[in-house]
Design a protein around this ligand. Structure first.
Ligand SMILES: Nc1nc2c([nH]c(=O)n2[C@@H]2O[C@H](COP(=O)(O)OP(=O)(O)OP(=O)(O)O)[C@@H](O)[C@H]2O)c(=O)[nH]1
Ligand SMILES: [Mg+2]
Length: 126
């Protein structure tokens, strides 16, 4: 099976809070918390996908950001290439666009939420 390319935005606001959303039950890794993101489309760069997904899912525009890590993860049912970006400045107010639960949490709180296994390494480094 071909690996799926993913871009993910770890958004941190000026109060050092991170933006997380709850994945619906019926999707891959459903019921877990996530950073906004999704699949990279054909003819799109990892950066372009991150910018698009942020707008689509939480209605913000990343202004200042950098690639934190690109990593491979095998879930057994899916093999992913994940590109994690840290967004340190953005325009707009975050609003859940897909009816998903959304929260701003600090680093200590972040560690108490359940995330997909592919996120463990990156969360430790934040
Ligand atoms: N968005 C997001 N996806 C993650 C994270 N960690 C992680 O393993 N994933 C996995 O990466 C993939 C991202 O897919 P997604 O479901 O967000 O994709 P998408 O927004 O394009 O959704 P769609 O397929 O409904 O259009 C899923 O397989 C998901 O389980 C994360 O922190 N955020
Ligand atoms: Mg998504």
């Amino acid at each position: 099976m071909k690996n799926i390319d993913i871009s993910i935005a770890v958004v941190k606001n000026t109060q050092n809070l991170f933006l997380i959303c709850l994945r619906p039950d019926h999707v891959h890794q459903g019921g877990k918390w996530e950073f906004p993101g999704g699949k990279i489309k054909k003819n799109e760069s990892a950066e372009q996908a991150m910018l698009r997904e942020l707008k689509e899912e939480v209605a913000i525009t990343a202004v200042d950001y950098r690639l934190l890590e690109s990593t491979f993860f095998d879930y057994g049912d899916k093999q992913l290439n994940l590109n994690f970006f840290l967004v340190s400045q953005f325009d707009g107010e975050a609003l859940a666009q897909e009816g998903q639960r959304m929260e701003w949490v600090n680093k200590a709180e972040l560690l108490t939420y359940s995330f997909p296994d592919a996120n463990a390494a990156i969360i430790k480094k934040l």
